[in-house]
Design a protein around this ligand. Structure first.
Ligand code: ZN
Length: 176
């Protein structure tokens, strides 16, 4: 490898920026390929305008929305955000249709304004991969938190992204 490549090789291939955006302090994440500065919004709960501001601030081109699971604070603004950004939605596993299909009902129940049902462009399953920029992550179906919960793993960087549980300790919170 040429010396000129050394700084590039030391740069992490993927970067995560987290923004607590909802009353449940759920972390909507911007996962970014540092080489191409292209990325994904992962778990689009919260205010779409705040998410768009975070995207603009970091000069990242968002290529898609990834959803780890169908709880409203992780996926409530998916329909609105995907439409604003004109991007597709991937995930979660189809077993979370139960949650996604009741988004508006749950939204009213928890006083969580604006959540909408949506249909992902691609449901994900164990063994799938998702791509953004020059980064590929493996999809692991990890039922438990919800039946359709998926985790994204960048194996080269040792980077797992669960959307919940791994990013913050949680105990009795039934919906995050
Ligand atoms: Zn959850």
């Amino acid at each position: 490898m040429a010396d000129a490549d050394a700084p590039e090789a030391s740069r992490p291939p993927i970067q995560a920026v987290m923004s607590p955006l909802t009353p449940f302090q759920q972390d909507c994440s911007l996962l970014c390929c540092t080489e191409a500065m292209r990325g994904t919004v992962t778990d689009s709960g919260g205010d779409p305008e705040l998410i768009e501001s975070a995207i603009a601030e970091r000069a990242v081109t968002v290529e898609k929305v990834l959803i780890t699971h169908g709880h409203l604070d992780h996926a409530g603004s998916t329909k609105d955000l995907a439409r604003r950004l004109a991007v597709s939605v991937e995930g979660p596993h189809e077993a979370d249709m139960f949650w996604i299909g009741r988004m508006e009902e749950r939204s009213r129940m928890f006083g969580f304004a604006g959540a909408m049902e949506f249909e992902p462009n691609h449901w994900l399953k164990d063994g799938d991969t998702v791509n953004s920029g020059n980064v590929t992550m493996d999809v692991i179906h990890c039922p438990g938190h919800t039946p359709g919960h998926v985790v994204f793993v960048h194996r080269g960087a040792g980077f797992p992204w669960s959307g919940t549980c791994c990013s913050r300790a949680r105990s009795a919170d039934p919906i995050s």
